[in-house]
Design a protein around this ligand. Sequence first.
Ligand code: IMP
Length: 422
Amino acid sequence: MANTILVGAQWGDEGKGKIIDVLTEQADIVVRSQGGNNAGHTVYLGKKKFVLHLVPSGILRKRKVCVIGNGVVIDPVNLVGEIDGLEKMGIKMGSNLLISETAHLVFPYHRELDAQREVLKGKNKIGTTKRGIGPAYGDKAARTGLRVLDLLKPEKFAERLKAKISENNAILKAFGAKPLSYKKILADYLEAGRRLQPFVGNTVVYLHDACLANKNILFEGAQGTFLDIDHGTYPYVTSSNTTAGGACTGSGVPPHRMDSVMGVLKAYTTRVGEGPFPTENTELSDFLHGMGREFGSTTGRARRCGWFDAVATGHAAMVNGIDDLAVTNVDGLDTLDVVRVCVAYRCGGKRYDHVPADVDVLAQCEPVYVEFPGWKSDTSGARQWKDLPSKARTYLNAIAELTGARLSIVSVGPARDQTLFL
Ligand code: IMP
């Protein structure tokens, strides 16, 4: 497998959790390198459903080491809760989980500020997960954040936390929000630090040694390309680099160690939160929600749904350098008469073959569609490429060609065996 970066090629929720779980069979180490518990990776093992937020999905397989890299922002209390929840479901954690000592911490004031800023933005809100991700990365960039290693030095941590709480309470007061209790946060965080200490280490050196020992490393991306702070539909984005480059900076593994990039995409498009979405389609949304599909795994929000957008996925292939594609949720389209694919945008008499940087322009773009006949049969039982109806194969080949990468995996349901390798 060598070292593979896996990224979402749309707006997140592409079904990465399942693909990561399947690919992990061939990996020795799985690394999270950005985002925080805004992510929700859903994996089904038999009838058991696991939703992972911070712990890499590799934890569900034995003898795999899972690394939470330096680029991740960690809410330690939440992470302890996730570890406890997994242990209750029979997943043991010991030397198979490693947490970077330089990852930044998320605090309750980040969450509160996230919520207050959304209220202030009113109709221009981003639609965040309210997990405090933006304010936590804001502190990191402003060089005022606290890191995992600070948590392990109780006296100094207490002093720095006190200053942070008093500063943030003053800001929260200006918003008209309640002040936070320093004592409670200190107690909760020190306890979380005590619980996490056995897992904390220098993940950069660990991964460097793993590269020298020719271990196979899978970098599991969270969110998706168009939520990237630099390449996404700014400001309707998350606050980390969700694109392939983020795997290097967020783990300390240099670019020349990376062997390939896999892009995960749905056979249609979804987005949660606000922001432009050219192929959004109410009928398709109602149809998918009616099937019980497309509700967020972190916030439970109904996802906005639309047709496959090949302008967006082609753009994603460009910025990530995608070699291979994993197309998920093909079975979601099984009963449709016609399936549409956006091949260009039109705006003000101009044709766009790439995603315009200005969200005001993107919001006005009208999709140019080509239509494919629906395959009108159940694909969920397919186990090999040749089991798929020929119209489904034509559709999948077309979206791969339009995206500009090799079709390598097709997923027709949540189970591990509902995965077709080409
Ligand atoms: P934040 O990451 O909570 O700040 O949210 C910023 C934007 O990213 C919002 O539109 C969220 O809905 C979206 N977002 C964040 N995490 C995910 C995810 O894991 N899947 C899909 N969308 C996400």
